[in-house]
Design a protein around this ligand. Structure first.
Ligand code: BGC
Length: 764
């Protein structure tokens, strides 16, 4: 250490802690510069000092428990820390508790290796942002980046180093409750959001104590459970795996995601926690990703229930060999594997490989430089739920709202609309606005929809409330009161949907209709003849055909977080012009599932005649297509053109379209570009999203929007599994949804070209 170099508080402590000799050597003899990867030789020398128990301890992760004052470690877990038999915790946060435990690890364990604290910051920490599916509705990666950034600021100030987000499971399954955590059905949009999430959490320098190590989860295809039942079997083609489910993970890996989490499901007969080919093979060898792979909660132990391991020992060995470095909560790596390793049934190299990755993650987080850099109580106070964070949350929430229908321009409401009847228990549900996976969010911080409508309405308006019915209630006892209120009002705002706990993990539903008697309530209110607006708040696409057929205005507001109420009122009263677009198709009923825009054409495409791919009782089309979302203004698309009509397979083609704001208000529009390979050696989807821009236009303003399509946008896996662009005709489409598009075409000429990058890796 040079005389000029300041001694960080962490180093002082290390110097004071005589026992922590090896870490001391690591820190003092060659301080690692900020942001530089750990020196392999130094990690090797630490490794050389470790017993097999200490090594496997680094791979063990346990969960904290909730005590009256907050999350904490148990007495048994404290003993593990002192023994150097645990490497990380999840579900423990708070500057004080994390500091206390860190001090125990650094000062009282033999080698003084710091702990990692992990937490699910899925859509915010204390300031809760829109649920990810809502965030994807903004089609604005800078919003996802901002949400992750704020989450990182707050969580890191509470001593957290590592988050289990972003969640990157593409899904076509609205029955699956975890759809709320996803960015929807499209691999391209999900990839753009994946990159933004990783960048937001990690920043430019992981050792900056305001950043978090991010985790791309759940690797892979967790979003395709049979029958939409959580944790269920996944059985899909290699093509679908490569083209639909892997791209967001590729994007996250390319963006430098520090870790990846294995998924609970199997893929084609092999549980992901033992899927050597997809973990070591694809993720590490093929993509060159070298981060830390963590199991999901008890995922290692579940190899026994999956039926591919007869004992904990076998499960542990299989998982570790497949590349699962950290065992979250199963207790197998820490408790069972030491004996297995001592017996020679587990080779040291496999263990060391995983330990190196854990130590490298600790190094990247800057913990060997200063183990206490994250847990600073004053920083925690200054960074939690600040006004600026709330403002960001409101901005993201407004951008996430989707106007599904607005007949006769019923919306926006006049602030002096007279009496506004707000009906539905979700209008006052302070917890549900946060949605599932609400981090360290608290209901008491949140703004309800009713409160904000009251605040947003003008002095001459009267806002009155009736519950009507509970979310899942079967009682119609409150209907008359609600109808009477609506009858006396100038406008009725029905707040309908799902409570927060009806989506998220282990929250699958076989019906995606409005729960309970909410549809009947809507009918009762509608029949009063008072103009009615439906505000939907839910964690999944809902089948709301009746509303669409009858109610003139419908807003999809999802679960938008701490600032939900304000964002909804901003849109209802026109202080903000909504522009969100659906990142997922809305079916007419559950029988249409799976229904998604990037489907194949089939040999008998659906048409209004017999023996085509359709239903007898329901149209084949969705209720609302992918990309759908209206505005209080209107937009026209003209003159879609390509820069060249013939392009080499290795070349690029520019695609431009003129977009005009033809209405009377300023507004944002999400300009979407799709591609179709008209004839190829294998069947191709009817459309695939390949670019988008969210633009702002004043009334009458025109903007030309251009994207460039390169080989990675036109390629697909051919019959030999090669990622190629084939010569032939391509169509391009541009428009305000996947349905409402204009089209142009071009031709790829010459020899087939092998594209280097799998789709989704491209920056927006
Ligand atoms: C979930 C993960 C989550 C983990 C830790 C699991 O049940 O599947 O998404 O990160 O718990 O909370």
């Amino acid at each position: 250490m040079s005389p000029e170099e300041p001694v960080s508080p962490g180093r002082k402590l290390l110097l004071a802690a005589g026992g922590a000799c090896l870490l001391l050597a690591l820190s003092i003899s060659a301080p690692v510069a900020r942001g530089q990867p750990a020196s392999t030789t130094r990690i090797d020398s630490l490794l050389a000092e470790m017993t097999v128990e200490e090594k496997l301890g680094q791979l063990a992760q346990y969960t904290g428990q909730w005590a009256t004052t907050g999350p904490e470690a148990s007495a048994d877990q404290e003993a593990l820390i002192r023994d150097g038999a645990v490497g990380s915790f999840l579900n423990i946060y708070g500057a004080e508790e994390t500091c206390r435990l860190q001090r125990m690890a650094v000062e009282e364990s033999r080698l003084g290796i710091p702990l990692l604290f992990a937490y699910d910051v899925v859509h915010g920490f204390r300031t809760v942002f829109p649920m990810p599916l809502a965030m994807a509705s903004s089609w604005n990666p800078s919003m996802a980046r901002r949400a992750a950034r704020v989450g990182a600021m707050e969580a890191s100030a509470a001593g957290v180093h590592w988050t289990f987000a972003p969640m990157l499971d593409v899904t076509r399954e609205p029955r699956w409750g975890r759809i709320m955590e996803s960015f929807g059905e499209d691999p391209y949009l999900s990839s753009v959001m994946a990159r933004a999430g990783v960048e937001g959490f990690q920043g430019d320098d992981l050792s900056d104590p305001r950043t978090l190590l991010s985790t791309a989860k759940h690797y892979v295809a967790y979003g395709a459970p049979q029958a939409g039942r959580d944790y269920n079997t996944v059985d899909l083609s290699r093509r679908t795996l490569r083209e639909v489910f892997l791209p967001p993970f590729r994007a996250a890996a390319d963006a430098g995601a520090a870790s990846v989490m294995a998924a609970f499901n199997e893929v084609n007969g092999i549980p992901m926690h033992a899927h050597d080919r997809l973990i070591n093979g694809v993720l590490r060898d093929e993509w060159g990703w070298n981060g830390l792979l963590v199991s999901d909660y008890t995922g290692v132990r579940e190899l026994i229930q999956h039926g591919i391991a007869a004992s904990k020992a076998e499960a542990g060995v299989k998982a570790l060999r497949a590349g699962v470095d950290v065992d979250m909560v199963s207790g197998i790596y820490g408790d069972v594997l030491p004996e297995v390793a001592r017996d020679g049934r587990l080779d040291e190299e496999t263990v060391d490989r995983a330990v190196r990755r854990v130590l490298r993650a600790k190094h990247r987080a800057g913990l060997f430089e200063d183990p206490y850099r994250y847990c600073k109580p004053d920083r925690e106070d200054a960074n939690t739920l600040t006004d600026e964070h709330r403002r960001s949350a409101r901005r993201v929430a407004r951008e996430s709202i989707v106007l599904l229908k607005n007949e006769g321009d019923l919306l926006p409401l006049s602030k002096d609309a007279g009496t506004i009847a707000v009906i539905g228990s979700l209008a006052v549900d302070r917890r549900s606005v946060l949605g599932e996976w609400a981090g360290a969010g608290r209901a008491e911080d949140a703004v309800t929809i009713l409160e904000s409508i009251r605040r947003g309405a003008g002095p001459d308006a009267e806002v009155r409330y009736a519950k009507g019915a509970g979310v899942t209630s079967t009682s119609k006892a409150g209907f008359d009161e609600a109808a009477a209120l609506a009858r006396e009002a100038e406008v009725a705002v029905l707040v309908l949907g799902e409570s927060y706990d009806m989506s998220g993990e282990a929250a699958s539903r076989t019906s995606i209709d409005l729960p309970g008697v909410q549809r009947a309530l809507a009918k009762k209110v509608y029949q009063t003849g008072t103009p009615t607006v439906a505000v939907l708040t839910n964690g999944r696409p809902l089948a709301v055909s009746w509303l669409d057929d009858n109610v003139p205005a419908i807003l999809e507001t999802w679960h938008l977080g701490t600032e939900m109420g304000n964002a909804v009122a901003d849109v209802l009263f026109g202080d903000y012009n909504p522009a969100g677009s659906l990142p997922v198709t809305f079916p007419r009923n559950v029988g249409q599932v799976p229904i998604y825009y990037n489907h194949k054409n089939t040999g008998r495409p659906p048409a209004e005649k017999d023996y085509t791919s359709r239903y007898l009782n329901t149209p084949w089309t969705p209720l609302y297509p992918f990309g759908h979302g209206l505005s209080y203004t209107t937009f026209a698309y003209d003159d879609l053109r390509v820069s060249t009509e013939r392009v080499e397979a290795s070349g690029e083609v520019g695609v431009s379209v003129d977009v005009t704001n033809t209405g009377e208000r300023a507004g944002d529009e999400i300009v979407q570009f799709y591609v179709r390979d008209s004839v190829a050696s294998v069947t191709r989807p009817v459309k695939e999203l390949r670019g988008f821009r969210r633009i702002h236009l004043e009334p009458g303003e025109v903007e030309t929007v251009t994207i460039t399509l390169g080989p990675e946008d036109l390629a697909f896996y051919n019959r030999n599994g090669e990622y190629v662009v084939e010569p032939g005709y391509f169509k391009v489409f541009a428009g305000g949804s996947s349905r409402d598009v204009i089209e142009a075409s071009f031709r790829v000429v010459g020899e087939p070209h092998r594209a280097g990058v799998a789709r989704g890796g491209k920056a927006e």
